[in-house]
Write a protein that binds this ligand. Sequence first.
Ligand code: ZN
Length: 198
Amino acid sequence: MLTTTHVNFDHATFSKQPDYSEKDMRKEFAGLMPLRTIVIYCYDPRVKGIPAAVAREFGDTYPGEVILDADGNEAGTSASMLEVVVAGGRAMDGLRSISVGQHLFGVENIVVVHHTHCGATSFTPDGIIDAFAHEHGKDISNAYPRESISIADFNDSLQHDVALVRNAPGVPNSVNVYGYVYDIDTGELTKAVEDIAD
Ligand SMILES: [Zn+2]
């Protein structure tokens, strides 16, 4: 059963303010964060060290500091990295976030990180499709591209994801795209593939 509340959040919605102009708003947003790098990685709680490791590798500011406006509100950040945290760190789940990050702040590097001993290496597309059919009566066979569901080989998955980002319509041609493996035991990043913008 669906239940809804009727709380009004208009006061906290930029586009609902009386003097709102989308163009001016976008200009203002561009100054709120010096975005350079978006990192896409797994939602496994054991790999929380990935963004810091990527920041060291790329010379990014992370986590940075909150910047307050004249009224003392949290208005910006000195961080130059945004995180997209999804199952297996598969790039498919991050494409819309890349487009939005580019639109609001501009981005230079997209870094896809897969990690050792990832849960995504423990099952296959057929396995999860069969399980959903039997356990939930749901057919997910066409819900997601098979190549993005799990991980069978890190070189293959990272090459696939870097190509997916490079060829996505919502990603500017000017970005550099990288694929790394993060070793969960040592914290080490190993580059598997890179596609530098021409
Ligand atoms: Zn994982």
